[in-house]
Design a protein around this ligand. Structure first.
Ligand SMILES: Cc1ncc(COP(=O)(O)O)c(C=O)c1O
Ligand SMILES: N[C@@H](CCCC[NH3+])C(=O)O
Length: 416
């Protein structure tokens, strides 16, 4: 059930009116719900129940430290892909031993920091990275826990830009080659094999690709056992989809039940790295209508939010629902393209939407808690939006709006 509901015609996040947040903090504005983050995390954690597990929230989907802190308080682990994300997790009070470090291009300096703070596991994505990690760990007198991220070559049936488990994708180690790379790992002094990892893509609405990937991973685990290599955990990545429009993805409960069933008697510790399924429907993006530009063939609502704030529609032609925060309007219903002020034809947040809107109205772009603010840029020298976390009838600024002068801080002109 969504925490973003109309109450007396006014859209709320929990018990807080979005119109009042827009009035107080200005637009564009990201608004998150603590209750939604907690409920979505618990859906995984509770479905796993007594099964040994760790749910590692994928920090890339929403890295605000207030979000990470809310989840850390529930015992969440974190999936990170950079030192920057690691520092955020630490700043938010996350437990380093519950961190898995993913990513195809980890730098030696990032490995050093991760080893110093004691991250739980490195998900190694190539043989070259494995060798480097062993060297870095040995030079520090440490041993890094590792799993190899294998690429099982299954079609995740999602947008090609967010599919990662095909052998043409840059991610992971070809599952056919994995036994040899594990054999190499077993000889290296700076690493300890603890798991197998796989992540096949994002916004999966069907669970069969996950199960296909699991079958292939289990075949690998058997092969490794025959080689004398025992695995403690399986990391099945993230990727479970959400409803943006009419998609009907499996719930975390259904997904986990299917995985448990497929595992049968094999009681490996399970790690999951969900991002979108925890964060997407825990946030909205508020934007105000600046101008209406009416034409015979097409109407534009020019809004103050743009592709620099929320790039998913421009990048993937993604569809996100757009609702007026005040349901009642005397304006006529017209069909609009909702476009931002950025000088790009691709700068739109929605197309062909039937809305009763007037200048000054505030709109909520729904499902904006994942891959929203984190992908924002300063293109066209636009400051990034503020972020608010709602908790019941209270609202907290968890990131201030960027000031214009901060946008060219650190730049300088040539002398003379
Ligand atoms: C390695 C890894 N883990 C987890 C995630 C999180 O994926 P999602 O947000 O689809 O759950 C991603 C992003 O696709 C990823 O690349
Ligand atoms: N940024 C993408 C998802 C990328 C997943 C990262 N591995 C999106 O908005 O859908």
């Amino acid at each position: 059930m969504s925490v973003f509901t109309y109450q007396q015609g006014s859209l709320h996040a929990e018990q807080t009116s979005l119109a009042s947040l827009a009035a107080q903090h200005g637009t564009p504005l990201y608004v998150y719900s603590r209750a939604a983050f907690e409920a979505h995390f618990k859906a995984y954690d509770e479905a796993l129940g007594e099964w040994p597990h760790q749910v590692c929230f994928s920090v890339k989907s929403n890295s605000n430290i207030a979000v990470l802190n809310v989840l850390a308080r529930l015992g969440a682990g974190f999936d990170i892909v950079s030192q920057g994300e690691l520092e955020r997790v630490l700043a938010a009070g996350g437990e380093p031993s519950k961190v898995v470090f993913s990513g195809v291009g980890k730098m030696a300096s990032e490995m050093v920091r991760a080893l110093e703070v004691g991250v739980g596991c490195f998900n190694v994505e190539s043989e070259a990275e494995l060798v480097r990690l062993s060297e870095v760990a040995s030079s520090l007198g440490k041993v890094a826990n590792i799993s190899l991220r294998v690429n099982p070559d299954v079609d995740a049936q999602t947008h090609p830009y967010i599919s990662t488990g095909l052998k043409d994708n840059k991610f992971g180690i070809d599952i056919q080659k994995a036994p040899a790379v594990y054999a190499l790992a077993a000889t290296l002094p700076g690493v300890k094999i603890v798991g197998v990892d796989c992540h096949i893509g994002s916004q999966l609405t069907d669970i069969s690709p996950f199960l296909d990937a699991l079958d292939r991973v289990l075949m690998l685990v058997d092969e490794l056992a025959a080689q004398g290599i025992e695995i403690e955990h399986l990391d099945l990545g993230g990727g479970l989809g959400v409803t943006y429009r009419a998609e009907t993805p499996a719930s975390p409960q259904q997904y986990i039940a299917a995985i448990k069933e497929r595992l049968g008697e094999r009681r490996f510790k399970l790690i999951f790295e969900p991002g979108r399924s925890i964060s997407a429907n825990a946030g909205v993006f508020l934007t105000r209508v600046e101008y209406l530009k009416l034409n015979e063939h097409k109407n534009f609502a020019i809004i103050d939010g743009a592709m620099n704030d929320l790039i998913r529609p421009a990048l993937y032609s993604a569809w996100q629902d757009i609702k007026p925060v005040n349901e009642q309007s005397s304006a006529p219903v017209r069909r609009y393209d909702l476009v931002g002020p950025v000088c790009e034809t691709g700068d739109f947040l929605g197309k062909d939407r039937d809305l009763a809107i007037a200048e000054g109205d505030v709109l909520a772009v729904m499902s904006a808690g994942a891959y929203g603010f984190v992908m924002a840029s300063n293109y066209n020298t636009r400051g990034r939006a503020a972020e608010i976390m709602v908790d019941g009838d209270q609202a907290f600024v968890v990131r201030e709006r960027e000031t214009l002068t901060s946008l060219f801080q650190g730049e300088s002109v040539l002398p003379g």
